[in-house]
Design a protein around this ligand. Structure first.
Ligand code: UDX
Ligand code: ADP
Length: 450
């Protein structure tokens, strides 16, 4: 008989992942529970105003919600009813005590483990979905199995989906990774989770490892991707100084099959909930094991990323006659990338704060991230939030394009130019606008790596 599944944590990972698992496993009951009642209400809302924006997600939820996918705050009931528990609660970077600024804050995870233990009435398979430091599974297994009536087997099934393409990534993954104890009960548990994914993923793409390899692989995969972005951004500064064009360099470097073309787009630096957190986690791990040179190496990826946003503001400063005070700057885009409303670690947040330090009059426009932007910047006063790009640009001295929303190149840039103070500047940090066209209109144009 197919086993029931519950996911604890109805966030960016839990929501879309369970929706796709439910769609592809129509015979299984899939429950998603969360302590946040407002979030659950949004997942259950009649008009499908879901708590996260993700292309294609509404269609999947429409198809399965109420059939075999259920959202609820009843954690106790769900734990009792299921055999396989995915845990997708948040594990932000710890901001206090030992490992502050580097290690993951595991308090939500541990609280969840203790809840599972309290409510369980049979053996359970626990599957880590959140990104966690290596050896968390072992720690959780120790908490769960200490004086326990039932047997808990902890597996690691890290999620590789990227926001904005989550549904596609889930439906057509490059690989699915399931790590677990290599002893008998571990191997059976691994097989149970393999069976869930085998409903739609080719067998050869489902990779199984020991639990520590799986935990470390997630950190390593994100660190490698982040490192590529920092590498190309490091080249971008050199391009600006020498007259080379970073997009041309990236195209030719990426044509080497050994390197490949992806994740070589220079820009304002990486954001999102994973890259910085995971690289910092890796740094913390390296330090804890005395691998100081490796820790420094990975820390360089973060330093380069922070430097990229500082460089953007100092170039703007220089281009605007070394004074930004009282000038109006419109940020086009606040989400950390296109097709998401997520603003966690967004480079636009850092740029906004650096501009606020210079007493800039800031206006922010974004099609999906305005409410998150307001929340993130609530401590800096006088920021104007505008849904409409034309109103955001009206009277501005400069536009800084931070997110490569697809419709930005198709805006009426002549109309925008006419409404701005002159000289009107566009700093396209994503290199996604037609710079030639903008210059013809009369704009001064800055790009990253050009
Ligand atoms: C990432 C990983 O891709 C995913 O596998 C993992 O599960 C979670 O972390 P995500 O953070 O959603 O996904 O987005 P991603 O597309 O990887 O972009 C991360 C950041 O890097 C964004 O800010 C993006 O704008 C930036 N980026 C990406 C670049 O600046 N240049 C690139 O070439 C690619
Ligand atoms: P991610 O990007 O990893 O999915 P999110 O922050 O989007 O992270 O989602 C994590 C979810 O986990 C939040 O909705 C939060 O309310 C939920 N959560 C945290 N702790 C618990 C807990 N003990 N029980 C149930 N849900 C929890």
């Amino acid at each position: 008989m197919n086993k029931n599944i519950v996911c604890i944590g109805a966030g960016y990972i839990g929501g879309p992942t369970m929706a796709v698992i439910a769609k592809m496993n129509p015979d299984r009951k899939v429950m998603v529970v969360d302590i946040n009642a407002e979030r659950i209400a949004a997942w259950n809302s009649e008009d499908y105003s879901l708590p996260i924006y993700e292309p294609g997600l509404v269609d999947v939820v429409k198809e399965v919600r109420g059939k075999n996918l259920f959202f609820s705050t009843d954690i106790e009931g769900a734990v009792k009813e299921c055999d396989i528990i995915f845990v997708g609660v948040n594990t932000p970077t710890k901001m206090f005590g030992k490992g502050a600024g580097r290690a993951s804050d595991l308090q939500y995870w541990e609280a969840t483990a203790r809840e599972i233990k309290r409510f369980a009435e049979n053996d359970k398979i626990i599957v880590e979905k959140s990104t966690l430091p290596v050896r968390t599974a072992a720690a959780m297994e120790a908490i769960l199995n200490d004086h326990a009536e039932y047997r808990f087997t902890v597996l690691s099934n890290p999620e590789f989906l990227a926001e904005g393409t989550a549904i596609k990534d889930l439906l057509e993954p490059d690989r699915v990774l399931i790590g677990g104890p290599q002893a008998e009960c571990g191997l059976c548990a691994i097989q149970e989770v393999v069976d869930i994914y085998a409903a739609w993923v080719a067998k050869e793409k489902i990779l199984t490892t020991n639990v520590w390899s799986a935990e470390l692989t997630k950190l390593a995969a994100n660190a490698f991707l982040a490192q590529r972005v920092s590498s190309i951004n490091a080249i971008a500064g050199l391009c600006e100084a020498t007259g080379a064009d970073v997009d041309e360099v990236a195209r030719v470097v990426g044509a080497d099959k050994r390197i490949g073309p992806k994740f070589l787009k220079a820009g304002p630096g990486f954001g999102g909930s994973c890259f910085k957190k995971d690289v910092l986690n890796l740094v913390y791990l390296c330090e804890s094991f005395g691998l100081h040179t490796a820790a420094e190496y990975w820390m360089g990826v973060i330093k380069m990323n922070d430097h990229q946003q500082e460089r953007i503001v100092s170039r703007l400063f220089k281009e605007m006659f070394n004074t930004l005070a009282n000038k109006k700057v419109a940020l086009f885009g606040f989400a950390f990338k296109a097709d998401t409303g997520d603003t966690r670690e967004t480079p636009a947040g850092t740029v906004a704060r650096l501009l606020a330090d210079e007493h800039v009059r800031i206006t922010i426009t974004d099609p999906k991230a305005l409410s998150n932007a307001k929340h993130d910047l609530s401590d800096i006063g006088d920021v104007v939030y505008e849904e409409d790009e034309y109103r955001a640009a009206n009277g501005a001295d400069a536009i800084v394009l931070m997110t490569d929303w697809r419709h930005y190149p198709t805006l009426d840039w002549q109309k925008i130019y006419d409404s701005m103070r002159k000289p009107a500047l566009v700093f396209d940090t994503r290199n996604c606008l037609d710079a030639e066209q903008l210059r013809k209109i009369g704009f001064k144009v800055l790009n990253v790596g050009k």
